[in-house]
Ligand binder design. Structure first.
Ligand code: NAD
Ligand code: MG
Length: 388
């Protein structure tokens, strides 16, 4: 159970909810971080009596210094600042809620310093692969999943023999375009893709949910976290997001974890494990839902899902490349420089054309990420393309 923690990405959707949980359960917060939202970051650092606050963008550093002047809170900046707070001596747990590959270095810094990890930043596990899992095992730190599906799987594994696990049902809401075909998605706008039916989340993961890349990333995340073969994971579209995932044992008994779609439940479980106490959220009323629906995912329409399966089967640096391609493509889509369907095309092209390298060092991960981003920029983002 976390007593004192550092929250990386504290100004985001997960980060702010993690602070709510910390507040309710009196977990001390030693440091917070953001990319550039200095006003909220400084307010959080003051409210939680943090020792330090870090902003990633160097151009926002002077603003942060001004905002923290006289508070006794140390302002830090950049990747070095992030790694410094991730390794602070006065915390036992690092909650990483940064979005994207930017979360990898601070995760490694936290593990190297022997911190337990509450990990929302799935890109760390996807890109970092076996390399990250190996350092976590070698250091003997605990890794608590924050992602709701992985928290569900983790919860369903409690008290059972891991060797008796058969397979996992990874549930997916299907996103805003469930049931649509490629021809329906040719003119999707940013606003339509950002309109998730069940979850309120940051922009990048919301787009990933619309392309089903999020489910592909989560499949890779589940393979890494629970040491599963990709074939042991069955993705099930479940539009209500009430069953957060389930596991099947050798006797074909299936155990699922249910709850309202609210990230505070998995965040709290990651921080209070193995304890359970009241969570600041609504209770589930199954009768109000009445019916729960399940269907197979549409692999034809959602290229990203196929790309992730290809990548995890190939292993090595390919998941890092596919993740990098997606980050580049989603940023371009959000900036109005790429069509919705091109995200899937770009990610699939990288999955098919890049060859996996063995993950001998973090440099291999960064090289695969950079090469995939460059490939997407050159091949899929016409310089003149501006969406109306
Ligand atoms: P968000 O965009 O709301 O917040 C991201 C946070 O990271 C912010 O504090 C931002 O300032 C910071 N950040 C962004 N880019 C950064 C960079 N380059 N360097 C350092 N800091 C940076 O995102 P979110 O929705 O909270 O998601 C965070 C992570 O959690 C993602 O990996 C996402 O996939 C995962 N996740 C989110 C949800 C959810 O409900 N939001 C659910 C499951 C998993
Ligand atoms: Mg999830």
């Amino acid at each position: 159970m976390a007593k004192s923690m550092v929250v990386l990405g504290s100004t985001g959707s997960i980060g702010t909810q993690a602070l709510e949980v910390a507040n309710k359960h009196k977990i001390a917060v030693r440091a917070v971080s953001a990319r550039k939202n200095t006003a909220l970051l400084a307010a959080q650092a003051r409210e939680f009596g943090c020792a330090s606050a870090c902003v990633s963008e160097e151009s926002s550093f002077s603003e942060l210094k001004t905002l923290l002047f006289g508070s006794g809170i140390t302002p830090l900046c950049g990747e070095d600042g992030l790694c410094e707070i991730a390794a602070r001596e006065d915390c036992d747990t690092v909650l990483n809620a940064i979005v994207g590959m930017a979360g990898l270095k601070p995760t490694l810094a936290a593990v190297a310093a022997g911190k337990d990890l509450a990990l929302a930043n799935k890109e760390t596990l996807v890109a970092g692969g076996e390399l990250v899992m190996n350092v976590i095992r070698e250091k003997g730190v605990a890794l608590y999943p924050v992602d709701s599906e992985h928290s569900a799987i983790f919860q369903c594994l409690q008290g059972n023999d891991r060797k008796e696990l058969n397979r996992v049902f990874l549930t997916a809401s299907g996103g805003p375009f469930r049931g649509k075909k490629k021809e329906d998605l040719a003119h999707v706008t940013r606003e339509q893709a950002l309109n998730h039916p069940n979850w309120s989340m940051g922009a990048k993961i919301t787009i990933d949910s619309a392309t089903l890349m999020n489910k592909g990333l989560e499949l890779v995340e589940a393979v890494r976290l629970f040491d599963l073969a990709p074939e042991q994971i069955e993705i099930v579209v479940h539009r209500e997001s009430v069953i957060h995932s389930a596991v099947e044992y050798k006797d074909f008994s299936v155990i699922a974890q249910l709850g309202v779609p609210d990230m505070k439940i998995p965040i709290q479980y990651a921080l209070l494990y193995p304890h359970r106490c009241e969570c600041p959220t609504k209770q589930l009323s199954l009768a109000d839902y009445g019916t729960l629906h399940f269907e197979r995912p549409d692999f034809e329409t959602f290229d990203c899902l196929r790309a992730c399966i290809l990548a995890v089967k190939a292993g090595g640096s390919l998941p890092a490349a596919v993740n990098g391609a997606n980050e580049e493509a989603v940023a371009a889509f959000l900036a109005g420089r790429m069509d919705f369907l091109t995200i899937g095309k770009a990610v699939m092209a990288v999955a098919e054309q890049f060859s996996p390298q063995p993950l001998t060092s973090p440099d291999v991960i960064y090289a695969a990420d950079a090469a995939a981003r460059a490939f997407v920029r050159e091949s899929f983002i016409p310089k003149s393309f501006i969406r109306e």
